[in-house]
Design a protein around this ligand. Structure first.
Ligand code: CDP
Ligand code: MG
Length: 135
């Protein structure tokens, strides 16, 4: 099934000029970049985006981090895009990520893990809407 999913290139990767390298990887893996914009969000916006994690011990650190510098938000489209993007990204902890995945190649640590990807159909819809709402 052709799906759309939300991808974010996080501050650590933008800062290291990895945007084009990561975009090329999505294209090579047959995920089309439908929309892309470079933005910086406030801590409140990060808190809203990550509210699913509000009870977690890492929540405050995560929100500070996502709002700490420019990010690139993208809509990716392709066959099984949600699952495919998660596969291409690799495990949350770069140390546990499979060879060749973005997090294995470029992730610095469990928090500075270079990319975000929606984890379900509902969350993909909600997250795309969060960043690309047409007013
Ligand atoms: O990003 P992913 O869906 O793989 O992981 P998550 O469990 O939804 O966690 C969201 C984000 O929180 C991760 O990508 C990490 O940046 C961060 N995190 C963290 O800093 N420390 C943890 N122990 C777990 C997650
Ligand atoms: Mg997640």
């Amino acid at each position: 099934m052709i799906e759309q999913t939300l991808s974010i290139i996080k501050p650590d990767a933008v800062e290291r000029n990895l945007v084009e390298t990561i975009k090329k990887k999505f294209s090579q893996e047959k995920l089309k970049i439908l929309k892309s914009k470079k933005i910086q969000i406030s801590k409140d916006e990060a808190a809203e985006f990550y509210k699913i994690h509000q009870t977690k011990p890492f929540y405050d650190r995560l929100c500070n981090y996502l709002s700490s510098g420019p990010i690139v938000v993208m809509v990716l489209e392709g066959e099984n895009a949600i699952k495919e993007n998660r596969r291409i990204m690799g495990s949350t902890n770069p140390k546990e990520a499979a060879e060749g995945t973005i997090r294995k190649l470029y992730g610095i640590s469990i928090d500075k893990n270079s990319v975000h990807g929606s984890d379900s159909t509902d969350n993909a819809k909600q997250e795309i809407n969060f960043f690309f709402k047409i007013n």
